[in-house]
Design a protein around this ligand. Structure first.
Ligand code: F6R
Length: 231
């Protein structure tokens, strides 16, 4: 495990974009697992900047996102597909059809979970996985639970996650109560993981990276990974 320190959000974003950019330069056909949320927005801005300046190109990169809300289609501004299109996909030259998220409006979420896990597997899981962390320690939408979910699965969101995410909705009642997310097992199959907690997550991030590994808190399993970098 490697821990990199950044004092300010801007500095963290530049550092993370540098790590992702280096991976794309070294391995132009790489697979990236991407996250939504406040933590990676600055990173995406830096990647777009590098692309516009002609320093980075994405024409052979494939991406798979961690999660999506159930019930929201990709053209809904609150969906994670919409977020990714806005902050990254529409601004760089990722290949047509090369970006993937779970389908939040699939009629059968269990079947969608199996389809998405198979897709992630067919892409070789990931060369680099970018992850934020929730206030309650969730990674992706793996909420605290009794066992580590092995694969992509639908999940009921906890009240604390619904409250935290309601800042992005008009009313708390509008926040979907279910999501579909990669499992802890899906995460551990990635070759490298970059964990980027926002400034308000210092305590939980420290616990995540250096604390004990009780199964009731899903995220401390990350230190078991051979190539984990926390920033
Ligand atoms: C997003 C995701 C979530 C967020 C976490 C932190 O795709 O999977 O686990 O990474 O909720 O969100 P922010 O960055 O908004 O603090």
């Amino acid at each position: 495990m490697r821990i990199l320190k950044a004092e300010k959000y801007e500095e963290m974003s530049a550092l993370v974009a540098g790590v992702i950019g280096a991976r794309v330069l070294l391995q132009p056909r790489c697979g990236l697992v991407l996250a939504t949320g406040s933590s990676p927005i600055g990173t995406y801005e830096k990647l777009v900047e590098a692309h516009r300046a002609g320093r980075l190109e994405f024409s052979q990169v494939r991406t798979v996102n961690l999660d999506e809300y159930c019930g929201l289609s990709g053209d809904n501004p609150q969906s994670y597909r919409y977020f990714m299109e806005k902050h990254l996909f529409s601004q760089v030259n990722l290949p047509q059809g090369g970006t993937h998220l779970p389908n939040g409006t699939a009629p059968d979420m269990e079947a969608e979970a199996r389809r998405y896990e198979a897709l992630v597997e067919s892409l070789g899981y990931a060369d680099l996985q970018l992850r934020g962390i929730g206030h309650n320690g969730h990674i992706g939408f793996n909420e605290p639970c009794d066992s580590f979910p092995a694969a992509v699965h639908p999940v009921e969101l906890t009240e604390s996650t619904i409250q935290a995410n309601s800042r992005l909705f008009d009313r708390v009642e509008d926040v979907p109560t279910r999501a579909i997310t990669m499992g802890t097992g899906t995460t551990l199959k990635a070759r490298r993981i970059l964990l980027i907690p926002g400034a308000d997550k210092r305590a939980i991030a420290e616990k995540a990276l250096t604390g004990p590994i009780p199964p009731r808190v899903p995220r401390p399993v990350l230190p078991l990974h051979r190539h984990l970098t926390g920033i």
